[in-house]
Design a protein around this ligand. Structure first.
Ligand code: F6P
Length: 324
């Protein structure tokens, strides 16, 4: 197996706070191990188009505290085609890139797998606020997003209490309910609606609100994951009509993706960036960095893509019990 000499690093899919810390870690670890590191802008599109620049220790200075990604990101339809993949391989050759660190979610890993099949050495780093990657318990940006949502819940609760209202908050997560179930616990919600569980509005939402009122509650919070059928606005309308309690919907949207990363996201991103470079340096090919049981490990890319993880049942139960 030939030694690697030059790493290309890119961010792909939705940006997540902490991606900059991961880029910084890849660049500085690469330089530490005597490798060239090339920054690829706008995800796989940048690889196809040659939007590539050599990175130095200074190009990643002053970024660890910044949300978003300095390399920018994209979801590249072109990269899903054979022609796009061949162009990307040809461009990697032009820039002397023999290995790639891809920071992103599982859509990005599929791109990484496809280019690995053409001979590129690839390592993936999980970066998404959704925490929906099967092979790892932790993804970069998730912790920051949870804290951003929590801050919003606390603020909305102040006004909900003052008006004795019900707040219905729609949170991100695509098809997964990780953000939703966790903030329902940390934010003291009366109900949470998750894509993983069918729900009955009367039993799962209206009943706990009315029972809560009868026990003396003065405001109510309902968390709706964006992946469920029936969105926050309709649910708020139904709550108002059926309980007489004024309900207002807030869709938190992209605020959840921005902001300065938490300490946890910065440290995890730094650890994963270093691990990615060490895996490549020591001959690892087509791997994914994962964190399980607090340990940073690397797994086979193809195998990792097949792994599924379920939302822990105990979190759903905990949320229900705590809402009494
Ligand atoms: O994957 C991150 C995420 O923010 C999801 O939670 C959400 O469904 C999606 O991206 C939104 O994507 P976009 O910013 O392209 O609308």
């Amino acid at each position: 197996m030939s030694e690697i000499k030059s790493i290309g690093v890119l961010t792909s899919g939705g940006d997540a706070p902490g991606m900059n810390a991961a880029i910084r870690a890849v660049v500085r670890s690469g330089l530490y191990y005597g490798l060239r590191v090339m920054g690829i802008r706008k995800g796989f599109d940048g690889l196809i188009n040659g939007d590539i620049e050599e990175m130095t220790a200074r190009s990643v200075g002053d970024i660890i505290q910044r949300g978003g990604t300095i390399l920018q990101t994209a979801r590249s339809p072109q990269f899903k085609t054979e022609e796009g993949l061949n162009k990307a391989m040809a461009m990697a050759k032009v820039f002397g890139i023999d290995s790639l660190v891809v920071i992103g979610g599982d859509g990005s890993y599929r791109g990484a797998r496809d280019i690995s099949r053409l001979g590129m050495n690839v390592v993936g780093i999980p970066g998404t606020i959704d925490n929906d990657i099967g092979c790892t318990e932790y993804t970069i940006g998730y912790d920051t997003a949870l804290n951003t949502v929590q801050d919003a819940i606390d603020k909305i609760r102040d006004t909900a209490y003052s008006h004795e209202r019900c707040s219905v908050l729609e949170v991100m997560g695509r098809h997964a309910g990780y953000i939703a179930v966790n903030v329902s616990i940390s934010g003291g919600a009366e109900a949470v609606i998750l894509p993983e569980k069918p729900y009955d509005l009367d039993k799962d939402v209206l009943k706990p609100i009315i029972e809560g009122r009868n026990r003396g509650k003065r405001n109510y919070t309902v968390i709706v994951a964006e992946g469920v059928e029936g969105k926050a606005i309709e649910i708020a309308k139904e709550i108002t009509e059926k309980t007489g309690i004024e309900a207002r919907a807030t869709i938190l949207g992209h605020i959840q993706r921005g902001g300065s990363p938490t300490v946890q996201d910065r440290v995890m991103a730094s650890m994963m960036g270093l691990k990615a470079v060490e895996v490549l340096k020591s001959g690892g090919r087509n791997r994914i960095i994962a964190v399980n049981n607090n340990e940073v490990t690397d797994l086979d890319l193809e195998e990792a893509l097949k792994t599924k993880k379920d939302l822990p049942e105990e979190l759903i139960t905990l949320s229900k019990i705590m809402s009494l």
